[in-house]
Design a protein around this ligand. Structure first.
Ligand code: PMP
Length: 397
């Protein structure tokens, strides 16, 4: 019998914060107007959207005019990458990215390759980092875009965004960052970091699913991209389609809450994460950390347990919602492309678990998870040892 369920998969998604839900509710009923309508209902919806635009902009140090609402980070990434490539086609045909990006970046790059663009996919070090120097060396006079994520969704590694932004500024190349996992969790400032295009998503920061935003630098210098969706000319012609007012209002509120609580929450997440990590590694041997020991998201812990199959471990821990590899790829048997890029061998990649701590996790939950992980890993290792010695007996018999 499962007595309780514990959610520890905050990189896959997060629950809507009650404060966010409360702000959204009237926009389904009394404040239901179409933000493009020119009457009281429309103006009311437009005001709600304007406030959300300010709230999103404030969290990343942008101006509200620089925020375009989308259906989430997948769409923002597609718009940024395909839009920048298309707009820059006369100047060049080269894009720089890196190996541990989410598929929502790698796949648009692949599509562009099929359309005749050239893509350089930089390798990462064993912690999952690229350096600004690597980016500098990859740039050519045909480079139109650099796309490097702020924080990785599997191993939590933070990229040196500020340094990469500086290199791109020097060379006059557009810099896009998929900051889906970073926004609201670590400090991100588009001006200070030299970011031209930034993708974010509401459902990773306690907002609703199916809504996100793309920041597009408006000045010094203005970033130009080509629209990928034609229609009614919403969002300054860059993203046609009736605005998802409830979602946008929720995203705005989620950003506001993150802005107010991010520092304290980060400290708390780091404390819980270290309690979890220390608790597990203090009781089990042959456990390896994936990702950077310091330059990582505060709520992320990705561990490989030698001699244990990650899938079996997940089944054994079924009252705890965790992920082996990325949620998007765990349906396949392929080891995650992220762990592979870090040089983690197939066996250890298959034995990895991703813990994603979030706003609503407690110390009590962490202690429970420590106990259950230690218990399950020990049980599976004993089975594995018994199985191996049986095999050895069979062989010598
Ligand atoms: N980029 C990263 C780094 C992500 O973690 C995710 C979500 N797994 C996405 C993009 C896609 O975001 P969305 O679900 O909003 O399309």
């Amino acid at each position: 019998m499962i007595k309780r369920q514990i959610y520890m998969d905050a990189h896959a998604t997060t629950p809507v914060d009650p404060r966010v839900l409360e702000t959204m509710l009237p926009t389904f009923t009394e404040r239901f107007g179409n933000a493009a309508s020119r009457h009281v209902f429309g103006w009311d919806a437009e005001r709600a959207v304007d406030l959300a635009r300010e709230q999103v902009a404030a969290l990343i140090g942008a101006s509200p005019k620089e925020i375009i609402f989308t259906s989430g980070a997948t769409e923002s990434n597609n718009l940024a990458i395909k839009g920048a490539a298309e707009f820059g086609r006369e100047h060049g045909d080269h894009i720089v990215t890196q190996a541990t990006e989410h598929r929502a970046v790698l796949d648009p790059c692949r599509t562009l390759e099929r359309r005749g663009y050239r893509v350089t996919c930089l390798p990462v070090d064993r912690y999952g980092r690229v350096s600004a120097e690597q980016v500098r060396e990859a740039l050519t006079d045909k480079t139109v875009l650099v796309s490097i994520m702020a924080a990785n969704n599997e191993v939590g590694t933070l990229q040196p965004v500020r340094e990469i932004g500086r290199v791109c500024k020097e060379k006059g190349v557009l810099f896009h960052t998929d900051a889906t996992q970073g926004v609201g969790r670590v400090e991100i400032h588009v001006e200070e970091m030299g970011i031209d295009l930034l993708s974010l998503s509401a459902h990773k920061i306690y907002g609703p699913k199916g809504v996100g935003a793309l920041y597009i630098r408006g000045r010094r210098p203005r970033a130009r991209i080509a629209a990928q969706m034609d229609g009614g000319g919403h969002e300054r012609g860059l993203r046609s389609g009736t605005l998802n007012v409830p979602g946008i209002v929720g995203l705005g509120k989620a950003c506001e809450v993150c802005g107010q609580e991010m520092n304290a929450e980060g400290e708390r997440m780091r404390g819980l994460r270290d309690r979890l990590g220390d608790g597990i590694t203090g009781q089990l041997s042959d456990v390896y950390l994936n990702g950077h020991p310091e330059e990582r998201l505060p709520g992320n812990l990705n561990l490989s347990f030698a001699h244990v199959e990650g899938g079996l471990l997940l089944i054994g821990l079924k009252e705890i919602a965790l992920s082996s590899g990325s949620a998007c790829t765990s349906a396949t048997l392929e080891p995650s492309h992220v762990l592979r890029a870090l040089g983690v061998g197939d066996d250890l990649a298959h034995s990895s678990l991703r813990f994603g701590l979030g706003r609503f996790n407690t110390e009590e939950e962490v202690d429970y998870v420590v106990g259950r992980v230690v218990q399950e890993v020990t049980r599976l290792r004993e089975m594995w040892t018994a199985h191996r010695s049986e095999g050895a007996v069979l062989k010598t018999a």
